[in-house]
Design a protein around this ligand. Structure first.
Ligand SMILES: Nc1ncnc2c1ncn2[C@@H]1O[C@H](COP(=O)(O)OP(=O)(O)OP(=O)(O)O)[C@@H](O)[C@H]1O
Length: 311
């Protein structure tokens, strides 16, 4: 196993939501990601995945905990050092159209990423680099002068990937990069991300709300529920032997192509948490269905961690 590139320890991100209430969007999560590894982070909408991603990159200031990148604690780096560090840590977003400036050509979009880190060099060098990046993500370099609306959804996501790659990052957070794409296109983008990982030695945190596609890209998967990680295991192990009721729920939500199997399949209904992730200042627990407040991750078999009530 390679050394850890990312080490997240007790990370918290709380939002004040008024009335003395605090929304614990990320509530004490810990995990590491080895160099060249892909960790999947899955859970339903609102469980805190995106907030976790943004807090890891310090696009949100953490409420508590630490994030180490290559052994350096970035949670306390001053802005200048953090800017330099950002080159190594990039993000790909769910909706490539919303994250690409419609008035910019592809050259401008990718070139801007180079400019931010003074990596553009001469005009000719910038053009050459943009064309190289387009080629890398399977787009025609001749299309560099086109605008985002001239591309399909899948092609736009490729532009988003090229922009992230422009600064030669080591770590990329892929925040639901395929959720907005047609199913037929999803596998192509996943395969592209895998190829790029092999070629460039990238490390990924791959965020998704269901488990179906995550399986194909992740070495290990962490399952998030109400701001916490409730299960973490190698992908194969998690799919073959899910232990936490919430993981079982997510797995039961993956559609099976055979309608007969689908019709006979029982959905595990999750008794929802009354408070959600909101905790009142007076000490309301938000522990809910699984009493997460009084639970801890326990290594049940080697590398397979499950949230269990504290003894
Ligand atoms: N800036 C913010 N201020 C207040 N609450 C926020 C903020 N950002 C996120 N939240 C809340 O934090 C919780 C977690 O949101 P987050 O977007 O991280 O979840 P998610 O699992 O990524 O969901 P989705 O897949 O829908 O993006 C939600 O309850 C959300 O409403």
């Amino acid at each position: 196993m390679n050394k850890n590139l990312i080490e997240v320890e007790g990370l918290k991100k709380y939002f004040n939501v008024g009335g003395g209430n605090v929304l614990k969007a990320v509530n004490d999560i810990s995990f590491s990601i080895a160099e060249g590894e892909t960790l999947g982070l899955v859970g339903e909408s609102g469980c805190g995945k995106s907030t976790a991603g943004r807090t890891i990159l310090r696009l949100y200031e953490p409420t508590g905990g630490s994030v180490k990148f290559n052994g350096v604690d970035i949670s306390k780096l001053p802005p200048k050092k953090m800017k330099a560090m950002r080159r190594d840590m990039q993000m790909i977003f769910q909706d490539p159209y919303a994250s690409l400036n419609p008035r910019f050509t592809v050259t401008d979009i990718i070139g801007e990423a180079l400019d931010i880190h003074n990596m553009a060099g001469s005009r000719a060098e910038r053009k050459r680099r943009v064309e190289e990046l387009l080629d890398m993500v399977g787009l025609n370099p001749d299309h560099a002068t086109r605008y985002p609306h001239e591309f399909s959804g899948g092609q736009r996501q490729r532009i988003g990937i090229a922009r992230a790659l422009a600064v030669n990052p080591k770590f990329i957070i892929c925040d639901e990069p395929i959720s907005a794409l047609d199913v037929s296109i999803q596998a192509q983008v996943v395969n592209l991300l895998k190829d790029l990982q092999d070629r460039l030695g990238l490390t990924y945190l791959f965020i998704a709300h269901d488990l179906s596609m995550v399986k194909h890209i992740s070495d290990r998967v962490a399952v998030m529920y109400l701001g916490r990680i409730v299960e973490l295991a190698e992908s194969e192990e998690l799919y073959a032997n899910p232990m936490h009721p919430y993981t079982k729920t997510l797995l039961s939500a993956i559609p099976i192509p055979d309608p007969e199997i689908e019709a006979n399949k029982k959905r595990i209904l999750l008794e929802d948490d009354a408070n959600g992730p909101i905790h009142s200042a007076k000490g309301g627990s938000g522990g809910g269905a699984f009493d997460l407040e009084n639970s801890e991750l326990v290594e049940v078999t080697k590398g397979h961690w499950v949230s269990m009530p504290k003894k």
